[in-house]
Ligand binder design. Structure first.
Ligand code: BES
Ligand code: MN
Ligand code: ZN
Length: 478
């Protein structure tokens, strides 16, 4: 993580330069360094870096070009690129990038590697915690994201309903959250028939993890995450190219756990509940079928138009359960539709809510945190596309249009009592490495929501590790 500043004197300074500041910074450099940068053809084009040698051939300083202040699209995560390109060693920021906290966070996020099956070689560059930033907070956010990425990147043979449940329970236990799991046949007794129907064909039983954290009387925030450990499509089987990445179909669960980790580690004064419906959408003799009709937790009957629209089914039961205690805020994350990618691409997940004030906050925090999302409408006239001739509702619209919107409208049928609900249709994957976002599993929208929840509910408990949280909470929370 970040190196604390006692060792900062020994660290190599990184100078951020823009088109405007470069001439002045260049003049402040020793003549030999000016000459070296010139000979290497260094120009202050955003993303360019230049190592400057000292008299003994050591690395004396690094130049890194960032956008001008007036540039419309400044990438606050750009400095993270250095973590993936500099030689091993200790570095510090010599001056300020556009957003020092995000630059430091991006360093940690860029340095991430998935090394479960392939060890990455040796040392990597390390960054001193910049002056004036909340290093513990940055690390807490990075830890959450890294947890989520590891869960997504782990293939389905090692990340199955059993192991995803274990990961959720481990996180809950680290923070002394109260946890319970409903598995297999017990889902039917608990009236969670859709989670059971979708997951019953898999070797590992379907299940629902439910954990709660924090003071009962604090504002109730509930997170729900789609935990489809592998989505073969079911009997409506996916073609090879579409199935290839479907280990990431538990990205919603990973995102909910990442955000929960940040919230619990910070000890935000909310009553947090996390619901993770976990299944594998598999094919077997007892698989649910197109044309089947199932009763849902809420009582609405659902006709299965397509077994590949499984995410909304398991979410329907989890959301209906969450809705029963009418939380103040209900947030769900799901890799729900390919249509969301067609509309907005992999880097900009759409979100849906009826709460305009919440939508405005989400948009603003998303931009500020370089965790961008885009609001799409719960367009009432499309609601009728979900009608079924023999049941209350079909799980697909039947047509090729507005697939992400109709999926969100499907979910809305199961949320009635909650004051404020928001649904994120995430991609959970970075196709090609960018600053702060290495190729592979990605946690989207958790960072922005952590910032939003922290701003809304405030921190009464000093930042700390899971282990000392209880102690400090006991001192400050009545
Ligand atoms: N997990 C997929 C959606 C998905 C696909 C997300 C690719 C990200 C990338 C989901 O379960 C699914 O299969 N959705 C179908 C819905 C359709 C059958 C109505 C889809 O989007 O094609
Ligand atoms: Mn599917
Ligand atoms: Zn799916």
């Amino acid at each position: 993580m970040l190196v604390r500043s006692e060792s900062a004197q020994a660290a190599v300074p990184i100078w951020f330069v823009t088109k405007e500041t470069w001439p002045r910074i260049r003049e402040s450099l020793p003549l030999s360094a000016q000459g070296f940068a010139g000979a290497c053809g260094f120009e202050p084009k955003p993303g360019r870096s230049q190592i400057l040698p000292g008299p003994d051939g050591e690395i004396a300083a690094v130049l890194f070009a960032i956008e001008s202040v007036e540039t419309r699209t400044r990438d606050f995560l750009l400095p993270g690129q250095l973590a993936a390109s500099l030689p091993p060693g200790l570095y510090r920021f010599a001056n300020s990038p556009h957003d020092t906290s995000l630059a430091a966070l991006s360093w940690l996020l860029s340095a991430y590697r998935f090394h479960r099956y392939k060890t990455s070689s040796g040392d990597h560059p390390r960054l001193c915690a910049p002056d004036g930033v909340d290093a513990a907070r940055i690390e807490r956010i990075a830890r959450g994201v890294i947890l989520g990425r590891d869960l997504i990147n782990t293939p389905a043979n090692d990340m199955n309903p059993e192991t995803l449940e274990a990961a959720a329970l481990t996180l809950a236990a680290q923070h002394h959250a109260e946890a319970g799991v409903t598995r297999g046949e017990a889902l039917l007794e608990a009236n969670l028939p859709l989670i059971h129907a979708v997951g019953r064909a898999a070797e590992k039983e379907p299940r629902l993890v439910d954990f709660s954290f924090g003071n009962e009387s604090a504002p109730k925030v509930t997170l729900v995450g789609k935990g489809v450990c592998f989505d073969s499509g079911g009997l409506d089987i996916k073609p090879d190219a579409a199935m290839l990445l479907m280990k990431k179909d538990m990205g919603g669960a990973a995102t909910a756990l990442a955000l929960a980790s940040m919230i619990m580690e910070a000890g935000l004064p909310i009553r947090l509940r996390v619901l993770i419906p976990i299944v594998e959408n598999a094919i077997s003799a007892n698989a649910f079928r197109p044309g089947d009709v199932y009763e849902s937790h809420k009582g609405l009957s659902i006709e299965i138009g397509n077994t590949d629209a499984e995410g909304r089914l398991i979410l329907a039961d989890a959301l209906a359960l969450a809705d029963e205690e009418s939380p103040d805020l209900l947030i769900d994350f799901a890799t729900l539709t390919g249509a969301a990618r067609v509309a907005l691409g992999p880097d900009l997940p759409p979100f849906y809510t009826m709460d305009d004030a919440l939508a405005a906050d989400i948009g603003r925090f998303g931009t500020d945190a370089a965790d961008p999302v885009w609001r799409l409408p719960l367009w009432d006239p499309y609601d009728s596309l979900l009608e079924s001739k023999i049941a209350d509702l079909n799980n697909i619209s039947g047509g090729p249009f507005a697939g992400s919107i109709t999926a969100a409208l499907f979910l809305r049928r199961f949320v009635e009592r909650t004051a404020s609900w928001v649904h994120f249709d995430i991609y959970a994957w970075t196709p090609k490495t960018k600053p702060g976002r290495p190729e592979g599993g990605e946690v989207q929208a958790a960072r922005l929501l952590y910032d939003l929840l922290e701003a809304r509910y405030g921190t009464t408990v000093p930042a700390g590790t899971p282990d000392n949280w209880e102690k400090s909470a006991a001192e400050t929370v009545p």
